[in-house]
Design a protein around this ligand. Structure first.
Ligand code: HSE
Length: 297
């Protein structure tokens, strides 16, 4: 058996719609081996599809097909720590687990770049799948089925407070509220901030993050669907956050925090309770610079 460890991811990072994403130290673990037939189980009670529609199974099988290799079947056991449909890259984690796992079972015929290409074609955009595989902060463009990307380690000291609500927001719904056209000035607003976000996170210029996280392409539209989000942003800034943004398509919210702000989590949780917020949990996370790892068991 092999064990595939895939990090959660937070896409867009504010203005970098469909192009920026970073990996966080919260992991799905998938155990996988070749098998005559199909056997899929959940190790932790999280409900998952156990038939051919299972995303890990489907993408693994797809890689066998792409490589022209005979496919007997797979035995898969999943440990899902990344909450589903919350904007933390749970489906990308399944896609990467399937592709990276199958690649190892096949003797590694695909390069990392080829796996990123296949994953992004499968997902439709590269901003979750690329950091899920590579770790760190990834800037990526999908053009003609190929991903052009740069992965940067984030070495500066920064923490990520993930405010995870108890409701789901499917990406298709969150994309459905976006306009077909935006003013030219909004395009300029976002591209300057996306560039600033990428280089500020890489270089540790965290004083830029509040401006760099601003966005006019998706967050203003999506905030309407996440009740309480603006209050949580305001609270986080009040408590000293560098920056706040909607993680991926939402509904999870991320606040980037200086690590010396040791009281942040406790104070934020208490403030939410005092203000009558129900159904949100706070998880403190850090950057994962390593990406997907695989062990033989
Ligand atoms: N960039 C995507 C979006 C991320 O915002 O819709 C979701 O996977």
């Amino acid at each position: 058996m092999i064990k595939i460890n895939v990090p959660a991811t937070s896409a867009n990072v504010g203005p970098g719609f469909d192009s920026l994403g970073l990996a966080l130290n919260l992991y799905n673990h998938v155990h996988m081996e070749e098998y005559d037939g199909i056997s899929i189980a959940s190790a932790d009670g999280v409900e998952i599809p156990t038939g051919e529609g299972n995303l890990v199974y489907k993408t693994a099988k797809y890689l066998y097909d792409v490589c022209g290799k005979p496919f007997r079947g797979l035995r898969i056991v999943q440990e899902n720590n990344i909450p589903m449909t919350r904007g933390l890259g749970s489906s990308s984690a399944c896609i990467i687990a399937g592709l990276a796992g199958a690649n190892v079972l096949l003797g590694c015929p695909m390069t990392t770049g080829e796996l990123v290409n296949i994953a992004a074609q499968t997902e439709g955009h590269p901003d979750n799948v690329a950091p899920a595989l590579l770790g760190g902060l990834v800037t990526a463009v999908l053009e003609n089925r190929r991903v052009y990307y740069v992965k940067q380690d984030v070495r500066g000291k920064i923490k990520f407070a993930a405010f995870i609500p108890d409701f789901e927001l499917p990406t298709s719904v969150a994309r459905g509220v976006l306009p077909d056209q935006v003013p030219h000035r909004d395009g300029v607003y976002n591209l300057s901030r996306a560039a600033l976000m990428s280089v500020s996170l890489y270089s540790g210029a965290f004083h830029n993050l509040r401006i760099a996280a601003q966005d006019r392409l998706h967050q203003p539209y999506r905030l309407q669907m996440i009740k309480g989000a603006e209050d949580i942003f305001e609270l986080c800034y009040h408590l000293g956050a560098y920056a706040c943004y909607i993680s991926g398509a939402g509904p999870t919210l991320i606040a980037m925090i200086p690590p010396e702000n040791l009281q942040f989590a406790e104070t934020a949780e208490k403030a939410l309770a005092d203000r009558g917020f129900r159904g949100w949990r706070l998880q403190m996370l850090e950057i994962d610079n390593e990406g997907t790892t695989i062990q033989f068991e």
